[in-house]
Design a protein around this ligand. Structure first.
Ligand SMILES: CC(C)(COP(=O)(O)OP(=O)(O)OC[C@H]1O[C@@H](n2cnc3c(N)ncnc32)[C@H](O)[C@@H]1OP(=O)(O)O)[C@@H](O)C(=O)NCCC(=O)NCCS
Length: 336
């Protein structure tokens, strides 16, 4: 019997390690294979607002965790929550656990009508990952690209714009809120307002990963690099470029120079943090082009789905001139 327990998620070292092990086993061999650590679990399930994430768990008779799914609720009704999973251990797939967890998620969502959610990103090559949602009638709700490149960089990417890291005690909340709100108005006021606190509260945050470009009118752009490594699995350490925003008032040439400089600085920061792979999830054509020039390659396309009866448009509006982060997407959470 597929007994599923539904609980409020609270960070707990043992549970976080169990979830990380399960997550790592589930994505091994796929393009989204990466260090899957307890810190990544905490980051993915950290509540965006006041409501604890809802976690569904299935264990065997001995208590071993075999499958899970979670909903991270949005901070406000104008924002979009995130579904995490379902994730089923490869040894017990094809027995209905994934379907049972998805049915549980649908029940959990039904208790909060009007709340929007979207799935985590699912690689297009992993047919069983997205067909689960299509069979259940979920709607395709955007795509993005998963990009990777090895680190360190041997070539020096020429840049024309200076980039600096955040200074100790520097007040960035207002400047980042304004820039983020300009770049992603679709994500709403609260998400923009909380940009700095959301970025810096993540378990992977390091001040050296917050990179800024300043111009005469203030902040011209910012990017955020999260380093992540897992000594237990020995998975190559990654540097995730979790977000990249530029001021929307810049002319095209300046915006391109700011993006290039931020990406070059992000690669340096990632290498300095010991990462062997740089990673990004992108839906914006300009950021994609900048990353390709900087030596990234597309590892896969990523798909997103929304529940059959959910209201509103996709948060990943194709062609929208903003950019959005990764699974652990801080943006969406509140990404990613
Ligand atoms: C997606 C996943 C949760 C499914 O778990 P599961 O326990 O095997 O799911 P179920 O047993 O309920 O259903 C499996 C279904 O997938 C189908 N399936 C299996 N492999 C498939 C494939 N390559 N292509 C299409 N369908 C496939 C099976 O036929 C079965 O369909 P049926 O119920 O109509 O017979 C599991 O594969 C997984 O953890 N994948 C990695 C994580 C992931 O991608 N999660 C999804 C979003 S993040």
């Amino acid at each position: 019997m597929n007994r599923i327990t539904v609980v409020d998620y609270r960070p707990d070292p043992q549970l976080d390690a169990e979830l990380a092990n399960l997550g790592y086993a589930a994505i091994q061999g796929w393009p989204d294979q990466r260090p899957f650590t307890p810190a990544l679990v905490r980051s993915s399930l950290r509540p965006a607002g006041m409501t604890a994430s809802t976690l569904a768990l299935h264990r065997d008779a001995d208590g071993t965790l075999l499958a899970t799914a979670a909903v991270r609720w949005p901070a406000t009704l104008e924002a979009t929550g995130r579904l995490w999973g379902p994730i089923v251990h490869p040894a017990v797939r094809g027995r209905g656990l994934g379907g049972a967890l998805l049915a549980t998620v649908v029940e959990v969502l039904a208790a909060r009508p009007g709340v929007r959610v979207i799935t985590a990103e699912i690689p297009e090559s992993r047919t069983e990952g997205w067909s689960l949602f299509e069979r259940a009638g979920w709607r395709a709700s955007g795509t993005s690209s998963l990009l990777k490149r090895p680190l360190p960089t041997n070539e020096d990417i020429p840049t024309t714009v200076p980039v600096r890291t955040v200074r100790a005690g520097e007040y960035l909340d207002q400047a980042l809120a304004t820039r983020f709100g300009g770049a992603r108005p679709d994500l709403g006021y609260a998400t923009a307002r909380d940009t700095y606190s959301r970025w810096s509260a993540d378990s992977r945050y390091v001040p050296d990963g917050l990179l800024l470009v300043e111009g005469p009118q203030g902040l011209q752009g910012a990017t955020l690099v999260y380093p992540l490594s897992h000594s237990v699995t020995g998975e190559p350490a990654e540097a995730l470029i979790a977000d990249l925003i530029t001021c929307r008032h810049l002319d095209r040439t300046t915006a391109a120079a700011v993006r290039s400089a931020l990406v070059a600085a992000a690669l340096k920061a990632g290498a300095a943090a010991g990462a062997a792979v740089a990673r990004a999830v992108v839906d914006d054509a300009d950021v994609l082009a900048t990353l390709l020039v900087a030596g990234f390659e597309v590892a896969d396309r990523l798909r997103y789905y929304a529940p059959p009866d959910s209201r509103g448009a996709s948060i990943l509006t194709p062609g929208y001139a903003g950019w959005r982060l990764g699974a652990d997407l801080p943006t969406i959470s509140t990404h990613g």
